[in-house]
Each structure stands twice: as C-alpha cells, then as structure tokens.
Design a binder for this molecule. Structure first.
Ligand code: GLN
Length: 282
C-alpha cells in the first residue's frame, strides 16, 4: 500500500467522522512520523509492513469512534503541539477565540495571569508563550491532567508558566491581572455527550450542574477575591450561555461585561472587569 492508496481508505470513515480525509492524513503522518507535505509530495511512498499494520490498526480504532487526538497522542492548538490523553479535554479551535481575546484585554507588560481547569495547558501555555512578561499560573484538580500540562510546559520549554494541582483557587495566592477559564459547561443531560469525540473525554472536564453553569458561577464568585482592581475575568462557555453568564457576572458586581463569538459564529466567550478591589499599591 502506498500513501495515495492509504488515503483512499478515508471512505471507510464516511458517516463515522466529520472529517474523514483529514483524519486519515493525521493518522498517516503519525505512523510515518512525517509532515502533511510529505503525503502530497510522496504519494507514491510504499508503506513498510509495520507502517501498514500500525496504520490499519489506528483506522479500525477510529472507525469505533476514538478521537484522532487520542490515537496520535497530540493536537495542534494556537502555535503549539500539545500532548493529549484521555485524562482531560482535547483542545478545541473554539478555545483559540479565548486566547485571542485574552491577548487583547490586558497589556503585554508584566502581569499575573491565572488559568483555571487548564487540562492539557492549552490556554495557559499559549498565553505564556505569546507574552514573555506575564507570569501564568495553570491549575487543574485532576492529577493526570496537571501532570500532562506540566509535561507540555517542560517539552515546550515555557518558563513563565507554572502548573499547580488543586480545585479552582485552592492552590493559589495573591491577586491576578487576569483570570481565564474554559471550565466544564455542558448540561449533564445534553444529548451531544453521546456523540463524537466527547464520548471519550472525561465528564469531569465537560459537565457541570445547574444547566452547565455551576462551575462558572463558583469561579466568578470566588474570583472577586483574586482579581486586582481593573482585573479581567474571561470565560469560555456554551453557545447558548452568553446571556446567563452575563447575568451571573452582573449579579456579582462585575462591570463592562461583554461577549464575543467563535469562528463558527456562536457566542463562545464572555468577560468582565472587577473594579472594586481596593488598590493597596502592592
Ligand atoms: N466546547 C466543548 C464541547 O462542546 C466543551 C468544552 C467544555 O465543556 N469546556 O464539546
């Protein structure tokens, strides 16, 4: 089997995946340890017996629904290649909207930034890499996820970020210029949990009580004790939660509340400013 023939096997994923051709390309790149450019320029490359066996085994697992990111162990996010495993969420392109907004909301000058529920470290590590003057603290309460984020940090050699294990604010001290989070926000009853990649991701990273709003409410309430005056709180949330998240922030006393859409045109992020912390000059 050559590369071109392997690519035609994408037809076996029709109806089982939203992106059969891309899936097969990523699996081939993984098995061959080559870039996608190689696939196009060397379509005649003959797979060895071992490469062939590994590729067809991964294709079979993909047919059963396993996410490509779990099969290859990596996912590209922002400019980073992140190690991924079943202990946490697979980074989504939607979350890049949050990274983009976070980079806009506060200046590139020295600042403390906190990422709650970091998972692979996708948000924290992207921000730390883009803003060398920021000190980014990444927190996750799942030991395997915190270890994964720390491995990603080390491998990418990002020194202005640290990963801490604990529940939300439990392991942190002091105040931050910005707090960001992509917390669990799916209603436990949402039928979409039975479809696609989410079936292979931990519910601890996906679902929250109170129609998916419980963790957002907890974080928003406690964040008031951890934000500097004029500090920013920024959430990712479900496509239909912007109004509810705005109402929570308003009721907690935040100002300048606003939302923005992801690339798919869905309301996806909401942020607000905390203006009430007395400025101690510290
Ligand atoms: N956006 C993800 C999904 O809908 C969920 C992410 C999350 O719960 N934080 O699959």
């Amino acid at each position: 089997m050559n590369v071109l023939q392997a690519q035609t096997l994408a037809e076996q994923l029709q109806g089982l995946s939203d992106s059969p051709e891309l899936d097969v390309e990523l699996l081939l790149c993984h098995v061959l340890q080559r870039s996608r450019t190689f696939l196009f320029t060397r379509a005649d490359y003959q797979l060895s017996d071992s490469e062939c066996a590994r590729f067809t085994a991964l294709l079979e697992r993909r047919k059963l629904g396993e996410p490509v990111a779990h099969l290859t162990g990596t996912r590209g996010f922002w400019t980073l290649d992140l190690e991924v495993n079943p202990s946490t969420l697979i980074p989504r392109p939607d979350t890049e909207t949050l990274v983009e907004k976070a980079l806009e909301l506060i200046p590139a000058t020295p600042a403390r930034v906190l990422d709650l529920g970091t998972g692979t470290g996708a948000i924290a590590l992207s921000l730390a890499q883009e803003r060398p003057a920021w000190q980014v603290v990444a927190v996750d309460c799942v030991p395997d996820a915190a270890e994964l984020a720390e491995r990603n940090r080390c491998r990418l050699n990002i020194r202005n970020a640290e990963v801490l294990l604990g529940s939300w604010f439990e392991p942190v001290n002091g105040r931050f210029e910005m707090i960001v989070s992509n917390p669990p926000y799916i209603d436990p009853q949402d039928p979409h949990l039975l479809q696609g990649d989410v079936r292979f991701e931990p519910l601890s990273a996906l679902t929250a009580d109170d129609q998916g709003l419980a963790d957002i409410r907890t974080i928003a309430s406690q964040a008031r004790n951890y934000l500097q005056s004029e500090g920013v709180l920024l959430f990712e949330h479900g496509y239909d939660q912007a109004q509810a998240v705005q109402a929570i922030l308003r009721s907690l006393g935040y100002d300048r509340i606003d939302s923005a859409q992801d690339l798919g045109g869905n309301d996806r992020i909401t942020w607000a400013i905390w203006t009430q912390t007395p400025d101690t000059g510290a």
